[in-house]
Design a protein around this ligand. Structure first.
Ligand code: GLA
Length: 408
């Protein structure tokens, strides 16, 4: 080869490598890849979770006290309140839905005393309302309640059962496992679901133990980055902080999950619940309502039904915001949105109100950019335009949330 030929050859090799890195495999290279390699590359090619999932989950409010009536009434309520039209589509049954023993063919069985009609009937009911049904399993021998079997060693059987029942979402927990690494146990379920013939959103509930953000992307559509949330300010804010650490790993198809929403369960003030939804929205976290939506107050409804905040969570760009500055109690969170916009969240964790200033060089806006600010909780576009910084007074345990749009 002369030097020109070497250059062309090198360019082709580089191009092939780049195409392979972004998942385009030229046919000549494909022949050289083993079946296993191609399979691994597409481990979770289920096309789901292009924006964070939205819906409801039974655990935070009902714990193990669930039955099919509650699930059906919740589906009814999601539709009648209009929440499903806002995107809250998944109706997710958490722990305690199954008998402790499998049937004689080794299949999971719905608990007869609480789910007598079976899960398939429930899936049909939920689907007829235009909603989706989620279920809960575990990558160990028992689920965390210790009241139903886990799927370890039964992954293919259970994935097939879930697909046959019409399940759309699987939350996959980590209790009572055999001590092997989650990086070994979880992909077994991923592959089983891929073979089961139905796209099922896979939510890895590994509590952040082995930093699933680092390996979760080809394995699940979301991964818990923290232990369980509790319905109080300190716990909620600590989930938010732990989750923020992994911001750059979130992307369409795979999201960081700081756990489900506690809004409406009574342990926080309305201002605190607004902060809760705001941080989850900008963090591109799953928005899974955790209260009893059959009995919801207007105040709580106004929070979880805030269309403008939901739109930030569902923004097509799918980039998780970061905590860009903290000065003790006041913190500033920001992230890019589609159409050159920026979402800005000012949070006050202190005991009294605080004036907080966001500077453009902290939040990713070029100097001298003039912006229009939309206040997402007041539902008002501010009359004044802003350049280089924006200052607001924020109440104790409250927030101000803005979408900033450059004025051209
Ligand atoms: C674990 C999970 C929770 C919930 C319970 C159910 O603690 O992290 O979200 O699913 O198990 O037992």
């Amino acid at each position: 080869m002369d030097s020109r030929e070497v250059e062309v050859h090198l360019a082709l090799v580089l191009l092939t490598m780049m195409m392979m890195m972004i998942g385009i495999v030229p046919s000549s290279a494909k022949e050289r890849l083993s079946h296993g390699e191609i399979y691994r590359r597409n481990l979770l090619a289920n096309g789901l979770g292009l924006t964070p999932p939205m819906g409801w989950n039974s655990w935070n409010h009902f714990d193990c006290n669930i039955n099919e009536k509650i699930i059906r009434e919740t589906a009814d309520a999601l539709v009648s309140t209009g929440l499903s039209d806002l995107g809250y589509k998944y109706v997710n049954i958490d722990d305690c839905w199954a008998e402790i023993h499998r049937d004689d063919k080794g299949r999971l069985v719905a608990k007869n005393s609480t789910f007598p009609s079976g899960i398939k009937a429930l899936a049909d009911y939920v689907h007829n309302k235009g909603l989706k049904l989620g279920i809960y399993g575990d990558a160990g021998y028992f689920t965390c309640s210790n009241l139903m079997p886990g799927s370890l060693g039964y992954e293919e059987k259970d994935a097939k059962t879930f697909a046959e029942w019409g399940i759309d979402y699987l939350k996959y927990d980590n209790c009572y496992n055999d001590g092997s690494k989650p990086t070994v146990r979880y992909p077994v379920m991923t592959r089983a679901l891929m073979k089961a013939g139905r796209p099922i959103f896979l939510s890895l509930c590994e509590w952040g133990d082995m930093h699933p953000a680092l390996w979760g992307n080809p394995v699940g559509n979301s991964w818990r980055t923290t232990g369980d949330i509790r319905d109080n300010w300190d716990n909620m804010m600590s989930r938010a902080d732990l989750n923020e650490f992994f911001a750059e790993y979130a992307r369409p198809g795979g999201w960081n999950d700081p756990d489900m929403l506690e809004i409406g369960n009574g342990g926080m003030t309305l201002d605190e619940y607004r902060v809760h939804l705001s941080i989850w929205a900008i963090s591109k976290a799953p928005l899974l309502i955790g209260c009893d939506v059959r009995n919801i107050s207007k105040d709580i409804m106004d929070i979880i039904a805030n269309k403008e905040v939901i739109a930030v969570n569902q923004d097509k760009l799918g980039i998780q915001a970061k905590k860009v500055r903290w000065e003790g109690d006041p913190t500033i969170w920001a992230g890019p949105l589609s159409k050159m916009r920026v979402v800005l969240l000012l949070v006050n964790s202190g005991p009294s109100q605080h004036s907080i200033t966001a500077h453009w060089d902290d939040i990713g806006l070029p100097q001298n950019t003039v912006v229009e600010a939309r206040d997402l909780w007041e539902h008002k576009t501010l009359k004044q335009h802003f350049v280089n910084n924006l200052t607001a007074t924020v109440t104790s345990h409250g927030c101000k949330m803005y979408v900033l749009t450059p004025v051209l």
